[in-house]
Design a protein around this ligand. Structure first.
Ligand SMILES: [Zn+2]
Length: 74
């Protein structure tokens, strides 16, 4: 399957076309700890605030957590 970033032109939540591609930190909470994954690309609807992650976003997040696991060992 070809890996193609999803390019949203219309928000599936509110039908707005006010969607922009942004790269921002993403904050997770895990075991009561705050984890910040830096520079996660995604599409954001500026009308309803909904954010949409594509395959590329998930790969960056996954890679980050893989690294965290490795460095956190011990
Ligand atoms: Zn929206």
């Amino acid at each position: 399957m070809a890996k193609q970033p999803i390019k949203l032109i219309q928000c599936p939540m509110c039908d707005s076309t006010n969607i922009k591609y942004i790269v921002e930190d993403r904050t997770y909470k895990k075991n009561g700890k705050k984890i910040i994954v830096p520079a996660v690309p995604r599409e954001k609807c500026f009308s309803c605030g909904e954010q949409f992650f594509d395959q590329n976003s998930f790969e960056i997040i996954e890679a980050f957590f893989e690294n965290t696991k490795k460095t956190a060992t011990g």
